[in-house]
Design a protein around this ligand. Sequence first.
Ligand code: G4P
Length: 291
Amino acid sequence: MTIQWFPGHMAKARREVTEQLKMVDCVFELLDARIPYSSSNPMISDIIKDKPRVVLLNKMDMADPGETKKWLQHFEAEGVYPVMLDAKNGKNLNMVVKAAEAVTKEKFERLAAKGLRPRAIRAMIVGIPNVGKSTLINRLAKKSIAKTGNTPGVTKKQQWIKVGKTLELLDTPGILWPKFEDQVVGKKLSLTGAIKDSIIHLDEVAIYGLEFIQQYELETLNKHYNIQVEADSPYIDIFDAIGMSRGMKNKGNEIDYESVVELVVREIRNAKVGRYTFDRVKELESTDEAE
Ligand code: G4P
């Protein structure tokens, strides 16, 4: 689903999430494990404020496991509780419940000390489009919850889904807008399918993806496409090699670049070339230091 984000929509989305937040004890912020920085909403801390938060690094099955580990450490160091997750295949779902218990422990102890009866923890999921919010809700609900209302502006009656004995989840996720801050973030969002019909040209997305794999996993790139490019080969040579190898030519017997671009973007999006994490913790930390 593609959402056109205009300032009015962002204000409305923010209002709706702020309203929903009043009903919950904690928030699950769903991110794409391949781009934990780029897939976060730019105002998330401002919106969530001091509500206990769990960061869920979803789609871990498509991310580089070593990099995911570094991201988990990074979030822990920042005082945020992180969980890596594969909502599609239902991996680590029990850790989501554990995380909710951990981040709300103090609040519930306080309530118990005041003599209040114990009750289930109430939580909601927030995140930008396509990070897997509906998939996770359905997994936790153990059934398919209709996607109606999963659009800013379309309201429906909200219900609580029981997840085991200790957790209740709002059946409607909070949908927030993605970052538009720079071209590189845009390319990463497109490369991971967070934005599908992007204002960024697909050829630039393919070039970014190919150059990334050329830099980090040249051998995998050569092997996957059955080509022989070098670490310093220009991208056009990579396009030519893939086109030749896959027999993608047009009627004039020239490389059909459009088809090559589509193939490359589709395969990287689906992690067919390999598992990559396009946001590196190191880069984020070095920008933090420079500020
Ligand atoms: P949203 O509500 O946040 O907008 O996202 P949604 O659940 O619709 O998920 C977006 C896409 O991401 C879906 O794929 C979904 O299957 C996939 N997805 C969600 N979680 C995971 C995960 O942990 N691992 C992987 N590999 N994929 C995940 P789709 O192609 O749009 O739909 P479908 O063909 O899978 O149904």
